[in-house]
Design a protein around this ligand. Structure first.
Ligand code: URA
Length: 408
């Protein structure tokens, strides 16, 4: 009985496959109710799960829906996933770089729910860009130009979808085994041969400590191995936003700048690191050899051209792309050195401007967002511009930014 299963986990005992099936498959069918599942999820959050339980849960998620098969596309297909962060536009940079090194990438992304948009929201800021592709369209595009950047196709892991929606509203997102099984089941169902996970750690991320990020990494790698999908992880900082821009269209602009080598710094370095790992996996070469190829592809302009090719293949009209022209500069009232920029506060501000959605029904404005004119370590004087707000046309821009910067 579900009540006994909940009690067993509540006191910290390991659940068997048949008990996990009874609870989770019962939830998918509707015989286990929301309040019972949220109680079990809370017990899992508090007591954790063994590796074996985590494998079984991954299996249940994976087998609840479609599993894509791209084995007739030649080459090793490498997928990447980020555990999520503020201003995370790495996909828009990394996929074209990897494809320009002739490693095929089928990148499926989601929309954002929470303070910032997801990769699909960013791509949809380009007029005409088509994010829904059929399987034969994917095959043709990857055959022709090595990459697609699109929304999810098929029904992957519907059990995870149902459980994740409940976790989101029941305070049960923060659990390493639940996060590992949720992400890895979707990556495995997505059909890639090899997987790279960018685990974010810091105030703007699920993982708040390095130890938690390392534990998550460990479990994800073991899940990948179990399914014969080589999995690598990198752990990267998410205390401050990634790059300078947060907002859907703005992030597309920044991605294009990075692809053209115009914008260097920690965000550029992260993109090069992720792309190098993917090219290393896709071509079975060392990371240092892959890094040479990656940097060449940026310097030669091939990576940027690949971005333009992907956009135009998927119907995007770059000539019609624009961001808001109602821009408000906000200046510093103190002088000193920027000690920190709070990722979460920047995310909340960009959401207030209209760049995020808090319910699935909310409409986002692709042209609004935040541009950080200073980064951590920069010296500022009174009157220097700290950030620019890209506002809706009728927005006067009366926002409190006092929690964003620490300047001393
Ligand atoms: N993203 C997911 O898909 N699942 C989680 O549990 C956390 C982040």
């Amino acid at each position: 009985m579900i009540k006994d299963i909940i009690n067993k986990k509540r006191v910290g005992e390991e659940l068997s496959r048949s008990e996990l099936e009874e609870a989770f498959l019962g939830y998918l069918k509707g015989s286990v109710l929301d309040y019972q599942m949220s109680s079990l999820l809370m017990a899992i959050c508090i007591q954790g799960m063994s590796l074996e339980e985590t494998f079984i849960l991954t299996d249940l998620f994976l087998n609840s829906g479609d599993q894509l098969d791209f084995s007739n596309i030649p080459g090793i297909k490498v997928d990447k996933h980020s555990t999520g962060g503020v201003g995370d536009k790495t996909t828009l940079v990394v996929v074209p770089i990897v494809a320009s090194c002739m490693v095929p990438v089928i990148k499926m992304s989601g929309r954002g729910l929470g303070y910032t948009g997801g990769t699909i929201d960013k791509l949809e800021s380009i007029p005409g860009y088509k994010t829904e592709l059929l399987e034969d369209e994917i095959m043709k595009q990857v055959g022709d130009i090595y990459a697609v950047m699109m929304g999810q196709t098929g029904e992957l892991c519907p059990l995870d979808k149902k459980v994740y929606a409940l976790r989101d509203v029941s305070g049960t997102t923060d659990s390493i085994p639940l996060i590992a099984s949720s992400i890895m089941s979707k990556k495995i169902a997505g059909g890639a041969d090899k997987i790279l996970i960018d685990i974010k750690v810091g105030s703007g991320a699920f993982m708040k400590t390095l130890k938690d990020a390392e534990d998550l990494s460990d479990i994800m790698i073991q899940i990948g191995e179990k399914y014969g999908r080589e999995t690598r992880t990198i752990i990267s900082d998410m205390n401050t936003p990634l790059g300078r821009m947060v907002g859907n269209g703005l992030e597309v602009e920044e991605a294009m700048d990075v692809l053209q080598g115009k914008e260097k710094g920690s965000f550029y370095d992260l993109c090069v690191e992720l792309a190098s790992q993917m090219v290393s996996m896709g071509k079975d070469i060392s990371v240092s050899d892959a890094k040479i190829m990656v940097e060449d592809s940026i310097i030669s302009g091939h990576a940027y051209q690949k971005f333009l090719d992907i956009v135009s293949y998927q119907g995007g009209r770059m000539d019609e792309f624009s961001v808001s022209q109602n821009v408000l500069e906000i200046s510093s009232e103190v002088s000193g050195v920027v000690q920190s920029i709070d990722a979460l506060e920047v995310a909340k501000l960009s959401c207030l401007l209209g760049a995020g959605r808090l319910t699935k029904e909310d409409k986002i404005d692709p042209g609004v967002g935040v541009y950080l004119n200073v980064l951590v370590g920069d010296k500022v004087e009174i009157g220097d511009v700290l950030l620019c707000l890209y506002l809706k046309s009728d927005d006067k821009g009366e926002y409190d930014i006092s929690k964003i910067f620490e300047i001393k």
